[in-house]
Design a protein around this ligand. Structure first.
Ligand code: AP5
Length: 245
């Protein structure tokens, strides 16, 4: 017997059902992929992720977005994470490992995932390996968004976000049609609290000290692909496609 909470497909528009059906048909032919995106703040991980996600039917797990949602909802996790995030420091390994361990079980991660902003320490990388080993899978590729620090301040301080969708704009490099307004919903855009020149300095320090060793960790496994993240977004997308094809 159907449960009383089951979805009634008659309530959906035919065009939506057809779009979803076509998406699933396209996805069924795609190979599974488990990817990690690593790079300093503003290097373009969040810009490229939705494109890779759509192309390969993967889920996009961005620990920064997950933590910001927890902070906004004032959950116990968010309360613990807030101070470190506001100061541009890393949140404790245990907190982020826990959220990833739970998230990769989601049905949307069935064909694989893009980890954006995780792992950020060698301890996190080792825990991820343990998690994946217990599931009988492994990381296929690590995309290293290599870029000079000097380029990042302009990218970070000019970034505008649509909070509910995660859409990201830039006042100079990717401006919305109307300044301060999301192109799709017409809702206001916001700037992230940690997107200031002062907090960027701490975020970059954390990257060089704690996250660069993660790149070396994966280099030893021969799965790192270096990207020229200073290039135009479309050129970075072309490099990503070449690496993943
Ligand atoms: P998180 O949200 O992960 O921030 P981040 O790594 O600092 O990365 P960003 O989101 O700032 O940069 P991005 O590379 O996605 O850049 P984007 O594509 O938007 O983490 C925030 C905080 O959460 C951390 O500081 C920490 O406290 C905590 N945290 C998260 N994960 C954690 C973990 N695993 N462990 C512990 N703590 C954790 O691009 C930036 C701008 O540039 C945009 O406006 C975009 O339009 C523009 N742009 C992008 N590409 C280009 C291009 N090629 N040319 C010109 N402009 C471009």
């Amino acid at each position: 017997m159907a449960s009383s909470t089951a979805l009634n497909l008659e309530d959906f528009q035919s065009v939506d059902l057809m779009t979803e059906l076509l998406r699933r048909m396209k996805c069924s032919t795609k190979p599974d992929k488990r990817l990690i995106l690593v790079g300093p703040p503003g290097s373009g991980k969040g810009t490229q992720s939705p494109i890779i996600k759509d192309e390969y039917c993967l889920c996009h797990l961005a620990t920064g977005d997950m933590l910001r949602a927890a902070v906004a909802a004032k959950t116990p996790l968010g309360i613990k994470a807030k101070e470190a995030m506001d100061n541009g420091q890393l949140v404790s390994d245990d907190l982020v490992v826990g959220i990833i361990d739970e998230a990769i079980n989601k049905p949307s991660c069935q064909k694989g995932f893009i980890l954006d902003g995780f792992p950020r320490t060698v301890v996190q990388a080792e825990k991820l390996d343990e998690m994946l080993e217990s599931r009988g899978v492994k990381v296929d590729k690590v995309l290293n968004f290599a870029i000079d620090d000097a380029i990042l301040e302009e990218r970070i301080t000019g970034r505008w976000i649509h909070p509910s969708s995660g859409r990201s704009y830039h006042s100079k490099f990717a401006p919305p049609k109307v300044p301060g307004v999301d192109d799709v919903t017409g809702e206001p855009l916001i700037q992230r609290k940690d997107d200031t020149a002062a907090v960027l300095k701490s975020r970059l320090e954390a990257f060089h000290k704690q996250t660069e060793p993660v790149i070396d960790y994966y280099k030893k496994k021969n799965i790192v692909a270096n990207l020229h993240a200073e290039k135009h977004p479309q050129d970075v997308t072309a490099e990503v496609q070449k690496v993943l094809s």
